[in-house]
Design a protein around this ligand. Structure first.
Ligand SMILES: C/C=C/C(=O)SCCNC(=O)CCNC(=O)[C@H](O)C(C)(C)COP(=O)(O)OP(=O)(O)OC[C@H]1O[C@@H](n2cnc3c(N)ncnc32)[C@H](O)[C@@H]1OP(=O)(O)O
Length: 281
């Protein structure tokens, strides 16, 4: 339990293996306080370790997806940010790395992470969204690298990831100006996969994609995410070499038989959880 989000499993007939993490502090604009970060990291890592989750949907409640870091955090952490001491600066480096790792947990999870954004996705919230596999938005959604407006270099991954998700020039425009990128422009830039009229339609669309993913072989999905992450980080040539090792490790003819059967029947496949010792569902 935590004060920032709820985590539930969608266990209806068509939605096995879909976990739904919903930010639920709309009265605080779903702002991120220090305790939010480890809570998110631990929740994602626990889902991954348990092996039953096939896709994670992150959504939010209220007018805005999230207003980013709670501004009062910066004042309350001032002792840590004391730059007069080398020890304090070293400690800050460690803290920052730990915060980064919390969002990287989304990228490192074996399952795909879908992010459904309504209203503002601001500052740290865009760091979070950028670490997900894909993003969807309502027509009123907007995205901003707000950090530059408050005099800091964004530091939780958005500068590293945004350029890989959309044209670099536009990412830099966002980073240097802090101006809001509206949903339609985010769509044409490739930052979001689809724009829906309202939040109900947004969640329905995201769940449709989540169900499609959850019906596929979790082994093949995990392999696809590993391969695509590796290619993104290491380039095509090195990743083709890595692919030979990866595929040698996870190629599974029985799993393929199940997938082919499901595809022919136009039904979700019946697959064992990733951690299961046996192969049958
Ligand atoms: C490492 C990460 C760094 C970061 O994340 S840096 C980014 C930090 N975030 C911001 O700077 C957000 C700035 N806020 C805004 O742009 C706007 O606000 C919103 C788009 C989020 C909302 O706009 P609207 O719907 O018009 O409401 P409203 O009247 O501006 O705000 C309602 C109340 O929410 C408080 N609030 C907004 N964002 C934060 C925040 N990040 N931390 C703490 N409080 C926040 C406001 O001050 C205000 O409060 P009151 O009603 O008392 O005047």
């Amino acid at each position: 339990m935590n004060d920032f989000f709820t985590l539930s499993a969608c266990e209806d007939e068509d939605a096995t293996g879909i976990a739904h993490l919903q930010l639920n502090r709309p009265e605080r604009m779903n702002t991120m306080a220090p305790a939010f970060f480890p809570a998110l990291r631990d929740a994602v890592r626990e889902l991954d370790a348990a092996g039953r989750t096939r896709v994670l949907l992150i959504s939010s409640t209220g007018k805005h997806f999230s207003a980013g870091m709670a501004l009062e955090t910066f004042a309350s952490q001032s002792a840590l940010l004391d730059t007069r001491s080398a020890r304090a600066r070293l400690a800050f480096q460690t803290t920052l790395r730990q915060l980064m790792d919390c969002f990287s947990a989304l990228d490192e999870a074996r399952f795909p992470v879908l992010c459904a954004v309504q209203g503002g996705c601001i500052g740290g919230a865009l760091d979070l969204a950028a670490a997900c596999d894909m993003r969807f938005a309502t027509a009123d959604a907007f995205f901003s690298v707000q950090e530059i407006q408050i005099g800091m270099t964004a530091d939780l991954g958005v500068l590293q990831r945004l350029q890989q998700l959309m044209p670099a020039g536009l990412a830099r425009e966002m980073a240097y100006t802090g101006e809001r990128l509206g949903a339609e422009r985010a769509l044409s830039a490739g930052l979001v996969n689809a724009v829906l009229p309202d939040q109900a339609a947004l969640l329905e669309h995201a769940m449709t994609i989540a169900r499609q993913i959850a019906g596929k072989s979790p082994l093949a999905i995990a392999g696809s995410k590993l391969a695509m992450n590796h290619a993104r980080d290491h380039g095509v040539a090195a990743s083709l070499q890595q692919m030979t090792l990866l595929q040698s490790a996870i190629f599974d003819v029985e799993e393929m038989g199940r997938a082919i059967m499901a595809w022919k029947l136009k039904k979700p496949g019946e697959f064992a959880p990733l951690n299961a010792a046996e192969k049958s569902a």
